[in-house]
Design a binder for this molecule. Structure first.
Ligand code: ASP
Ligand code: MG
Length: 408
């Protein structure tokens, strides 16, 4: 007997039929003697619908009230899922985030989980219930409803698996695993049987949407055995996220290519080249809770330098006004520009550690297509470049081919 957390995404609970088939799968696991905790997302499209509704009233919605609204999506699906299980004769009980008590900090719309009270769930499992928990939501110390950021149900699933010391956390989605890249862009993309936790972390942080990055961080920290599976197929082992690297000869150098259309580039031109400038630029941006991804500073010439960084597209306006209002005059920058017509492409693989020439192969491949590289950043197992948005798909396709990712 194992304790398994199964997380189902929006497409897996899109309508009553799908919820019934989800319940049937849970019933099969239950019949094998396992204890099951189900975590569900809102029905697909529902979170977007709720956000759009809020924006019709307040264009930049108050975050506390937005959380109150969007958290309802998951409250509907936990009830439906519990009902579907009951219809199959299975004892089931649903919990919202605050009922479990998934305690988070108070950063509305992107709250972090601080602790989970697992006692009631444990008791219910011991009493033979399937426990159904709302993904994506929690409650802060003052009792306010919070949400964990888009895709946050993955994190709920993994965090619950960690708190319950589950044997496995299964993430059911509309794809049957983690692919070398998005098959909608490269039809030859291949499903990976295994991927290391570090690679998954890089892929998620570089824009792969299969798992929310925080869920992967959680899995790494608490060593949760994580598997991505299709909720539309009965067979198949999906992709297992492993903690060991296998040093086999067949291990490819590059495991996957991620891309991200959601970033925007901000350039601060003509800033004095002296200590403290990076802090004076990025300090106020960080204080406004805007996440910064890539950062580049050029070598100075004539005592001045240029400073470029990327933020989420939705936050470009906010970052620009902070810089123009609070920073530009203060540090004496000549000009501040924003560009949201960019995209980031990253190649990821633990094999990079033991191979040389990967970066030059990537740059040559892009150069041969005449694709200009605007920014570069690297880690031990990743090379990321920013290119003009209109070359994104081409870049992904040629890189997928150049690194022979279609070959098994
Ligand atoms: N319903 C939320 C969203 O659409 C959370 C999730 O699906 O994971 O982002
Ligand atoms: Mg998702």
């Amino acid at each position: 007997m194992a304790l398994i957390v199964q997380k189902y995404g929006g497409t897996s609970v899109a309508n009553p039929e799908r919820i019934k088939s989800l319940a049937a799968r849970v019933a099969r696991y239950k019949a094998l003697g396992h204890q099951i905790v189900v975590v569900v997302s809102a029905m697909s499209g529902e979170t977007n619908r709720l956000i759009a509704l809020a924006k019709e009233i307040m264009p930049d919605p108050d975050p506390r009230e937005l959380d109150v609204m969007v958290a309802t999506g998951e409250q509907v699906t936990i009830g439906m899922t519990a009902l579907a299980l009951m219809e199959l004769g299975i004892k089931a009980k649903s919990y919202t985030g605050s009922q479990v008590k998934i305690l988070t900090d108070n950063s509305h719309t992107k709250a972090r989980i601080l602790s989970i009270d697992e006692h009631n769930i444990k008791q219910d499992l011991d009493d033979g219930y399937v426990v159904v928990v709302a993904g994506f939501q929690g409650v802060d110390a003052d009792g306010n409803i919070t949400t964990l950021g888009r895709g946050g149900s993955d994190t709920t699933g993994v965090a619950l698996a960690a708190a319950l010391k589950a044997d496995e956390c299964q993430i059911y989605t509309d794809v049957d695993g983690v692919y070398t890249t998005d098959p909608r862009v490269v039809p030859e993309a291949r499903r990976l049987d295994k991927i290391t936790f570090e690679e998954m972390l890089e892929l998620a942080s570089q824009g792969s949407k299969v798992l929310q990055i925080r869920s992967v961080e959680f899995a790494g920290k608490y060593k949760v055995k994580l598997r991505v599976l299709s909720s539309f197929e009965e067979e198949g082992d999906g992709t297992l996220i492993t903690f060991e690297e296998e040093n086999t000869m067949e291990q490819p150098v590059i495991s996957g290519i991620a891309f991200n259309r959601d970033e925007a580039k901000i350039t601060v031109l003509g800033v004095p080249d002296k200590p403290g400038i990076a802090y004076q630029i990025l300090g106020p941006v960080a204080e406004a809770n805007v996440d910064v991804d890539m950062i580049i500073q050029n070598t100075g010439a004539d005592g001045t330098t240029d400073f470029t960084f990327t933020v989420h597209k939705n936050e470009m306006g906010k970052a620009l006004s902070i810089l123009r209002d609070k920073v530009q005059g203060h540090i004496g920058a000549r000009e501040i520009n924003g560009d949201d017509k960019i995209a980031k492409v990253s190649i990821v693989g633990v094999g990079m550690r033991s191979h040389v020439g990967i970066a030059s192969q990537m740059f040559r491949t892009l150069a041969e297509e005449g694709i200009n590289i605007q920014m570069i950043s690297t880690s031990e197992i990743k090379i990321a470049v920013v290119v003009d948005e209109k070359y994104l798909e081409l870049a992904v396709r040629v890189l997928h081919k150049a690194f022979e990712l279609e070959a098994a």
